[in-house]
Design a protein around this ligand. Structure first.
Ligand code: GDP
Ligand code: GDP
Length: 447
């Protein structure tokens, strides 16, 4: 569907929606640079912005329609439609953005009706859904009849990884030349951690050649190198953080740099290896990276590095487990691989752990098994009373994996208290053996 003007054979992803819902902000987020001008005044961005970017390992042309709303007169919907028609025409995937702060408007509804007839995959994005309550506010967009809204905050960079995955799922199959079977597609791995934890050394050991410069100074890794290697199962592509670190360096101090770079790498990765210096243990910055990974829906494996230099190994292990238990409950049971990147000892245990975690992150649970588990959970502890009335939960589905996402339907299901949600999540994790994998739980009220 792409035309020569829009980047030859690249699939086209168009961002549509009312003025001021955050299209340009989202465009910038997805491109990873600031191109469009963002302003409070509606319609301030004037030209159609296009940029090539990579989404989940695929090159795409991203098109922003912000500012085109002024092109034609008539009603707001009329203007939106006129400005979006051309973009939609060439798009392989449309992203329809609504603003959960402003709520769903008549123009949104009219636009949604029109989009539904466009015979293009449409991804509904509920923007400005940052922070607490964002996800439930986003559910309002469900009424548009365009499927599950994806809650994001373009401004705060939340939910962008999930959105990227969704886009990737709807992209047309690659052309013959670069077509790859699913089985052949490399697993995308990010190696993250604080400066000096041993990331470059680990990568060198994995790749088996000296392709990156390592040294004792924090942040020495300089060049953007996309690396690929093979294990027994297949290819692994290491998402480049070096180049990202360099970019982040412009605006951040060293301590913040690796976190800023990590955010970008996370979005491109499927599994994150968090490298820790075993002499230092799990510190605040590591926990931040792990939480970011969880928030972006990525699976995590911990590489406890420099194990050769640890004297009391039992104590070191204990400290890590305690911190994991208290600070990273969202990734409960996460695999911890002790190793020495420098000597290579234990490094052979890493990729099997990564593969196992990747497999769990990808796993689909059938509706039958899921509901047998769900009924058992309800029997063991029935849902609590809310306002004196018992919540009736009816059934569960798992619409997607990567990360595993469970939807629970029931009368007033959206009121299920956090504690009971946690009970369900932990039960699911245990029953279906998903350590180190973030799990999404959605609650959907039915009549
Ligand atoms: P566009 O007209 O649809 O391209 O919208 P813009 O990207 O220009 O954003 C409009 C306004 O919404 C700007 O003031 C942004 O800062 C703000 N905005 C965009 N995304 C978010 C978000 O995720 N949360 C919040 N609170 N504000 C946002
Ligand atoms: P990065 O900043 O995370 O990429 O860390 P580097 O890979 O550059 O390693 C930082 C320092 O830690 C270097 O001096 C490495 O030689 C050292 N180092 C890396 N792995 C190990 C290890 O397994 N054991 C020990 N003792 N030192 C290591």
């Amino acid at each position: 569907m792409s035309t020569p003007e829009t980047g030859g054979s690249l699939p086209v992803v168009a961002i549509l929606g009312r003025p001021n819902v955050g299209k340009s902000s989202l465009f910038n987020r997805l491109v990873g640079r600031r191109i469009a001008i963002v302003d409070d005044t509606p319609g301030v961005t004037r030209d159609r912005k296009e940029a090539e970017t990579m989404i989940a390992g695929r090159d795409v042309m991203l098109v922003d329609t912000a500012g085109l709303e002024e092109a034609a007169p008539e009603t707001l919907f009329g203007r939106m439609r006129a400005s979006s028609e051309a973009a939609l025409e060439m798009a392989d995937v449309a992203i329809f953005v609504v603003d959960v702060r402003a709520g769903i408007t008549a123009a949104d509804r009219a636009f949604a009706n029109w989009l539904r007839r466009a015979r293009r995959p449409v991804i509904l994005v509920a923007n400005k859904a940052e922070g607490r309550g964002g996800a439930s506010a986003a559910m309002e967009a469900y009424e548009l009849g365009l499927g599950d809204p994806i809650a994001v905050s373009a401004e705060h960079g939340e939910g962008i990884g999930t959105l990227m995955d969704e886009i990737a799922e709807h992209l047309p199959a690659p052309l013959k030349d670069d077509a790859q079977d699913d089985a052949n597609r490399p697993l995308r791995l990010a190696i993250l951690g604080r400066p000096n934890a041993g990331k470059s050394t680990l990568l060198n050991t994995l790749i088996g050649e000296e392709r990156m410069i390592t040294g004792p100074e924090p942040g020495l890794t300089r060049d953007a190198i996309a690396s690929e290697f093979e294990d027994e199962v297949g290819r692994i592509r290491v998402v480049d953080t070096a180049g990202m670190r360099k970019r982040a360096r412009i605006t951040h101090r060293l301590e913040e740099m690796s976190v800023a770079a990590s955010i970008n790498a996370l979005r491109e990765a499927e599994v994150v290896v968090l490298v820790l210096d075993a002499l230092l243990g799990l510190e605040e910055q590591d926990i931040r990276i792990a939480r970011l990974a969880e928030r972006e829906g990525r699976a995590v494996v911990i590489a406890l590095n420099k194990w050769d230099a640890v004297e009391d190994r039992a104590a070191a292990r204990g400290r890590i487990s305690d911190t994991l238990e208290t600070s990273l409950n969202q990734l409960r049971g996460i695999e911890v691989v002790t190793m020495s990147a420098a000597t290579g000892a234990g490094v052979d245990k890493l990729m099997p752990a990564v593969r196992r975690t990747h497999e769990r992150w990808n796993r689909r649970i059938g509706t039958g098994a899921l509901n047998r588990w769900f009924e058992h959970m309800l029997e063991k502890h029935q849902p609590p009373l809310v306002d004196g009335r018992r919540l009736k939960l009816r059934y569960a589905t798992m619409p997607k994996a990567r990360p595993p996402t469970i939807v629970i339907f029931g009368t007033r299901a959206e009121q299920v208290p956090l504690e009971y949600q946690r009970y369900l999540l932990n039960g699911f994790r245990t029953e279906f053996d998903m350590p180190g994998v973030p799990i999404r739980l959605q609650l959907r009220g039915t009549e």
